[in-house]
Ligand binder design. Structure first.
Ligand code: ADP
Ligand code: MG
Length: 692
């Protein structure tokens, strides 16, 4: 039997089953083999009914002794009683009772898991359940490990509950015994102590013992991560094979002069990063570098110095920001930075008129401008450059590998610098940015004072206002931020608007302004400009100011309903202050709190370290939420987890990169199996890696 055999052609699979399977994306034998158990039932995890404790989680295996619909005070519910050798347990379902009752009959052997309640006897409400019957006959004594498969209502209706899957998979797995060749070379298996593939496929479904299961899981996780890393490795390899047309001959005429004109000394970390960038620029292969540096660490000046080198070599640069406000800010920085040089800087935004855009584009194409600044539209669509060689993408954690590829189609041989202030835990950056070289600014400019963070409730607000007033009187400025969450955009906007009116009144004669996402780019822009000129002292906004804005004179960041923000977002917002010589104060106002959100706010109070915050954020929200593989443009993971499988990820990365170093195009016979899997299973991604 082949791995791509259609499930529908298997014995015992009728159209009903095949259709239900197809609906959840399972078509081939291979898909079935990769329908991994969601958990396993083994003797060490099963309790007896006389060991139960109220409020504790437990799993019980027993025989159904009775089932019935019962009338409750409000509505009827389904009750099932199960018995093991030592006693009884009641299970009750208030929701879906009609459907649930069809799942069980007297005499079934079932496993139920859930929280134990006590109501005149032990009971579980809405437990997780599996019908085991013959396979489960007394697993407590026999020690058999029973795989429990994910299933859903439709699958169950087609007879594919957990037990149905076991029945389908058992003969399949037995039939494949000895027929699954391993694609990994022997030495690699030995080096990373990996189980044979055939054994792993068998043991992930029907392990003899927990040790075999662990090894099987390890091997299959390794597989997944290995192919992901292999795609990245091949991609990185192919980039290093690309030869740039435009070489950098020297640092040019502007770097030194502009460097000397900076009003400050670069930090050691900034200098180190400049050297790393210069090494890339002068090499014959395009730069693909990620610059990670916490908020306020001074990434902007790095991009401008790099642009100065490019201009000095006669090449154009593009600097892209995620929002128009930020593009505008970069533009102003660039104008100041290049003042007194012949270098011409241009800003392209969506709000310019068609005629303006046309003229600017023409000038860019003719090479009149040296540095172009804008949003992503800059290198998409109709914009053409005469000699684009440096592309800087600022504040860019939202773009994964694939998207970056598309973004940069125009500049395939250009040197690319991606800058991000989002501290990304190492395991994640290995995937999202796994094809880039990494530079880190791990040092803040000297003389910065530590930001003080406080979490307060509404009762304390008058005090907070008093404090803000003091800061404004001392000549400083303040941000007040309201949450903006899409689902309730309108309500949020109202909250911000009302808050603004109240605050404007409270802080007279200081000037306040409201900034929100529904404003036109022009409106937003003129407010930001007024704020940076200190014509406005209090800026009330929704989260549009999240990233990158640099107003060193602003010292207060007050965040309303702080519990509604993610940690990473709070960290970004807080990074807007404490950028100058004056001490910054961040006030997190909470209104509705549960213990989770209080915990999160506490982390903000306790640390300023972006890496710690990012890791906490991941831990609390899960990787998928922020920038899991879903957004990275890489294949989805079925069994491995980037957060928890860091060690396997590291191993698989080393194995993949070593392999590509030895055999850049996977042409050696010993790598045929690997190559075939990439072409079959990762066909959608092989272009990304340039494997054909
Ligand atoms: P980010 O890394 O968050 O983009 P910015 O580039 O906006 O940070 O820099 C934050 C502030 O620090 C700016 O006002 C910038 O002028 C200033 N700055 C950058 N480098 C230094 C330095 N070496 N010494 C002092 N101030 C610096
Ligand atoms: Mg920045």
């Amino acid at each position: 039997m082949r791995h791509d055999t259609q499930i529908s052609s298997l014995r015992g699979v009728g159209t009903r089953k095949a259709e239900a399977l197809a609906e959840v994306g399972l078509f081939t034998v291979n898909d079935l083999l990769e329908h991994f158990p969601r958990r396993y039932l083994d003797r060490s995890t099963v309790s007896y009914t006389n060991d139960l404790r109220k409020d504790k989680q437990a799993t019980i295996v027993g025989k159904v002794t009775g089932t019935q619909m019962r009338r409750g005070r409000k509505r009827s519910y389904f009750e099932m009683v199960i018995a093991d050798e030592r006693g009884f347990l009641k299970c009750r379902w208030f929701n879906g009772a009609n459907w649930i009752q069809k799942r069980f009959k007297k005499g079934d052997v079932v496993a139920v898991s859930g929280k134990v309640d006590f109501y005149g006897g032990f009971q579980m409400v809405h437990p997780d359940f599996d019908v085991l019957n013959e396979e489960g006959t007394n697993p407590i004594n026999t020690g058999i490990i029973v795989p429990l498969y994910p299933s859903g209502q439709k699958l169950q209706a087609a007879g594919l509950d957990s037990r149905g899957f076991r029945r389908l998979l058992r003969p399949l797995v037995d039939g494949l015994e000895g027929q699954i060749p391993d694609f990994l070379p022997k030495e690699l298996l030995a080096e990373y102590k990996l189980m044979d593939l055939g054994d792993a496929v068998r043991d992930i479904h029907f392990p003899e013992d927990m040790d075999a299961l662990k090894q099987a899981q390890h091997r299959l996780k390794f597989n997944e991560l290995f192919f992901m890393q292999l795609l990245l490795a091949v991609r990185k390899q192919s980039m290093t094979e690309t030869i740039k047309q435009n070489r950098f001959e020297s640092l040019g005429d502007y770097l030194e002069s502009q460097y000397k004109k900076l009003p400050y000394e670069l930090t050691g970390a900034q200098k180190r990063v400049m050297n790393e960038i210069w090494d890339d620029l002068k090499s014959s292969h395009p730069m693909n570098r990620l610059l990670q540096g916490d908020v306020g660490s001074g990434k902007t000046v790095i991009s401008l110095l790099a642009a100065a080198i490019a201009a000095g070599n006669g090449y154009q640069s593009a600097i892209m920001a995620p929002t128009e406000i930020l593009a505008e800010q970069h533009y102003k920085n660039a104008l100041t930075f290049f003042e007194g040089t012949p270098i011409r800087v241009v800003l392209l935004t969506g709000s310019q008129t068609a005629a303006q855009k046309r003229d600017l584009r023409k000038a860019l194409k003719e090479g009149y401008y040296h540095v172009a600044i804008g949003t992503h539209a800059l290198i998409q669509g109709k914009v053409h450059f005469k000699d684009l060689q440096l592309v800087v993408i600022d504040e860019q954690h939202r773009f994964g590998v694939l998207q970056r590829g598309e973004l940069l189609e125009k500049a395939a041989e250009a040197d690319v610098l991606v800058m991000t202030a989002t501290p990304i835990p190492r395991t994640l950056s290995m995937t999202i940015f796994g094809d880039l070289s990494v530079s880190i600014i791990d040092e803040l400019p000297a003389g910065r004072q530590k930001i003080i963070t406080r979490k307060v409730d509404v009762i304390t607000l008058p005090k907070v206002y008093g404090f803000i007033e003091g800061e404004l009187k001392a000549g400083r400025q303040a941000f007040v931020v309201y949450p903006l969450i899409e689902a309730s955009e309108k309500i949020d906007l109202e909250a911000a608007t009302q808050g603004f009116e109240k605050l404007a009144e409270r802080f007279k004669p200081f000037k306040a302004a409201l900034l929100h996402g529904r404003m036109s780019a022009d409106e937003k822009d003129s407010i930001m400009q007024a704020f940076s000129r200190n014509d406005i002292q209090l800026l009330v906004s929704t989260t549009v100011i999240e990233v990158g804005i640099d107003i060193p004179n602003a010292t207060v960041m007050m965040i309303e309903n702080a519990e509604r923000f993610g940690l990473a977002q709070l960290h970004q917002l807080r990074g807007r202050i404490g950028r100058g010589e004056h001490r910054g104060v961040c006030v997190l106002v909470h209104r509705n709190v549960n213990s989770d959100s209080l915990d999160r706010l506490k982390i903000m109070v306790e640390t300023l370290d972006g890496f710690k915050i990012a890791e906490e954020d991941l831990r609390l929200r899960g990787a998928g939420d922020i920038f899991g593989t879903r957004q990275s443009g890489l294949p989805a993971l079925k069994i491995a987890n980037i957060l928890w499988d860091g060690e396997i990820l590291k191993d698989s990365r080393r194995a993949a990169f070593d392999l590509v170093q030895k055999d850049p195009h996977l042409r050696k016979g010993i790598h045929d199996g690997i190559r075939r899997i990439i072409l079959e299973k990762y066909a959608d991604y092989s272009a990304l890696a340039g494997i054909g």
